[in-house]
Design a protein around this ligand. Structure first.
Ligand code: SF4
Length: 347
């Protein structure tokens, strides 16, 4: 930085030099910062505080308009909305219930645009296969289940076949999914109940499904929503995490979360909402490091910044088709834009 001119040095100058120096100082004094760089944002201070410190210039209408136009061009559309959202809901002023519901429904609509192909990520051909696959998916990935079930369903295609399986053989087939002893017990138990009490068919009612060994509400809703077309909210680990990040609920218990979410969205949306939220949780809004810098709904998210905000670094965190990788299904639906998952042991 240049040091200020001393009075003695100024006195040594010619009159012309003194006039020029005086003009230069006047221009500098009246200058209005034109953008964050000039306002000193590069010095590491938040832009907002710099903007607040900037002098008001009522006469400078044209430069201000020019400045606004430049800012509009420079800021991406969604970021512009983001500043509006935070301006409407300043810190300390809680969002109204109505505003939250509107925001939640907008998130659902925007996720529908981001994931028009959202679907259950378990491979299945009938309700029995979906029920078995969902039981196996506890504590493991859908990918691992999908890699395991082809051999399982080839050997035990019906509840009757599975009910008659030797426990050790069943355990061996499902071993890659983990917790294989207790899962084998559940599969044997539910197959026997299906065979003995439901004529070998998977029932299409919640109260019947939750009677089956190893089947809770989450599994029941997956089966009802995707094999029977009955609307249901699937509150899994991703759904719980995202619903709380988006301030849809503060509950921690899945049943209470389900009840609160059911109040926000119409029943007709429940199943697809579940898929979209789970897709987003698996691909972008991860548990440990959400890829905020690559997230398409930052303008609607009160938790923006909880994860990586640098766009380039965030891009590297994306998974499955969003990151250019294979998906979880070996047989994805035709509209899925990514690659199918490889079979067990491939690659
Ligand atoms: S902005 Fe970040 S926290 Fe919010 S939904 Fe996107 S990834 Fe998740």
């Amino acid at each position: 930085m240049a040091s200020p001119e001393t009075p003695r040095a100024a006195a040594r100058k010619t009159p012309e030099a003194r006039t020029a120096a005086a003009k230069k100082t006047a221009v500098k004094k009246n200058a209005v910062p034109r953008g964050p760089a000039e306002a000193g944002a590069s010095a590491g201070e938040p832009t907002a505080s710099k903007a607040a410190a900037a002098p008001e210039k009522p006469a400078a209408k044209k430069p201000a308009a020019k400045k606004a136009a430049t800012a509009k061009r420079a800021v991406p559309a969604k970021k512009a909305v983001a500043s509006r959202t935070s301006a409407q809901a300043p810190a300390g002023k809680p969002e109204s219930r109505l505003a939250m519901v509107r925001r939640a429904r907008r998130i659902n609509r925007e996720l529908a645009d981001v994931y028009p192909y959202a679907h259950p990520e378990l491979d299945f051909l009938n309700p029995f296969q979906l029920l078995v696959a969902t039981v196996l998916s506890a504590q493991t990935t859908d990918l691992r289940v999908n890699q395991t079930t082809p051999a399982l369903f080839a050997k035990y295609p019906t509840p009757e076949d599975m009910a008659a399986a030797a426990p050790e053989e069943l355990e061996e087939l499902i071993r890659p999914t983990g917790f294989f002893r207790s899962k084998a017990k559940s599969l044997l138990g539910l197959s026997r109940v299906l065979r003995d009490d439901f004529g070998g068919e998977v029932p299409g009612r919640l109260e019947d499904l939750v009677r089956l060994p190893g089947v809770g509400r989450k599994t029941a809703f997956v089966v009802l929503g995707n094999a029977f077309g009955v609307p249901g909210i699937t509150v899994d680990t991703h759904f719980m995490r995202l619903a709380r990040r988006w301030k849809w609920t503060e509950q921690e218990d899945p049943v209470k979360i389900e009840a609160e979410i059911a109040e926000i969205f119409p029943k007709s949306e429940w199943t697809m909402l579940s898929h979209r939220v789970i897709f987003h949780g698996r691909r972008i809004c991860h548990a440990r490091k959400p890829a905020c810098g690559a997230c398409p709904i930052t303008h609607l998210c009160p938790s923006y910044g909880e994860g990586e905000t640098d766009p380039e670094k965030a891009k590297k965190l994306l998974k499955y088709e969003k990151g250019g990788f294979p998906g979880q299904r070996l047989n994805p639906p035709p509209d899925y834009p990514g690659e199918p998952a490889p079979p067990l042991g491939a690659g």
